[in-house]
Ligand binder design. Structure first.
Ligand code: SAH
Length: 343
């Protein structure tokens, strides 16, 4: 089967899919909102700023794609709710396919949505069910979980990269026949040496294109944060994690988180007329520009010495070049004249 099918089944199979059956956060991997409340708070401030820039509409949809434990959304709502009119205007829609994580998210959001009198949040399984009207979308470590197609260059052209069974085990192999002429023939790839791997994520571009069309029609913005690369390039980025360690991608499918790095150039190119893709920045620069250091200082003032050390460690983990600061990129796609904070 093609790599894309393998990845879709390993993550989303109704009985055995990785995300369908568990809450993997904190055991197999950790994400920025789980590292510190400051991450979600700063994104909440970012959202509130966009909402002001689009004219503080009395009704808009606040969307999170792949919300994990909803820690980001809960922290963001706490931070944004101080803006007069924000809580009344926001209709919260969470796009999630995992039943286990949906329950975790419902429990995590209830206290904060009740406290600030938000309308009941809604859960959807796909972006085509989003409400009409102005839209502000957040996605942290969502796009890396979408199935990628892989291609391998052979002596007679590019072939789909597949997962096959060989001698009782799973292995990668090129498809029996080359792709039709014209596919994978961008200039950069035309002369790639035999054995080169290239990737495309059709699900990511389809979702981003849909969001861009809605934003172009009704205003708003999307904020996409993930590990990835700013210029499209060949390379094998498929990886699997279990228990915080990298493991072979084909070992025990369904038991590990399989992801690929995100091609931010490809996502930015989905921005059509009426939308602007702002050149991606790094997570480190983005958070520092939004005021991470100041927020950390504020929190440290009322913290115990141990808490202050933890706050400092979180700042470094989120922003240092040898931690998450550079590998993680941030892309904002906005309606026409909006100038997103942090870029
Ligand atoms: N954003 C969270 C979680 C990241 S893990 C955080 O930063 O902590 C990836 C999330 O995307 C999980 O919630 C997973 O269930 C969800 N997910 C994976 N594939 C999805 C799909 N095709 N549609 C919707 N949600 C998906």
């Amino acid at each position: 089967m093609p790599v894309a099918r393998f990845m879709a089944l390993a993550l989303g199979h109704p009985d055995h899919g990785y995300y369908i059956s568990r809450d993997p956060l904190g055991t197999d991997f950790t994400t920025s909102p789980e590292i510190s409340q400051m991450f979600g708070e700063l994104i909440g401030a970012w959202v509130a700023d966009v909402w002001h820039q689009i004219g503080s509409p009395v009704s808009f949809t606040l969307v999170e794609l792949g919300p994990g434990r909803a820690t980001l959304m809960a922290d963001a709502l706490r931070a944004a709710s101080g803006q007069p009119g924000f809580a009344k205007a926001a209709r919260i829609q969470m796009v999630e396919t995992s039943p286990v994580l949906t329950r975790v998210q419902q429990a995590a959001l209830a206290p904060v949505t009740q406290k600030y009198s938000y309308t009941e949040p809604e859960w959807l399984s796909s972006v085509d069910q989003l409400a009409d009207g102005p839209l502000i979308v957040i996605a942290n470590e969502f796009f890396d979980a979408l199935p990628i197609r892989q291609f391998v260059k052979t002596d007679d052209g590019w072939r789909e990269h597949c997962v096959v069974e060989a001698d009782g085990a799973l292995a990668f192999a090129p498809a029996p026949a080359p792709l039709p002429d014209g596919l994978m023939l961008t200039q950069a790839l035309r002369d790639a040496p035999s054995g080169t791997i290239a990737e495309l994520c059709p699900a990511a571009t389809a979702i981003t294109t849909e969001l861009c069309q809605r934003i172009a029609n009704t205003s708003g913005a999307a904020l996409i944060i993930d590990y990835g690369y700013t210029r499209s390039a060949a390379g094998d980025t498929l990886q699997a994690m279990r228990g915080g360690e990298f493991v072979p991608v084909l070992s025990d499918p369904g038991s590990a988180d399989i992801t690929a790095h995100v091609d931010f150039q490809a996502l930015g190119e989905c921005a059509g007329p009426g939308t602007t893709a702002h050149p991606p920045t790094t997570q480190g620069q983005f958070l520092l520009q939004l005021g991470l250091a100041q927020r950390a200082q504020m929190l440290a003032q009322t913290a115990s010495p141990e808490q202050a050390t933890a706050i400092d460690a979180a700042v470094h983990r989120l922003t240092d070049d040898d931690a998450m600061g550079t590998l993680f990129k941030v892309l904002a796609i906005t309606a026409g004249r909006i100038e997103p904070a942090g870029f």
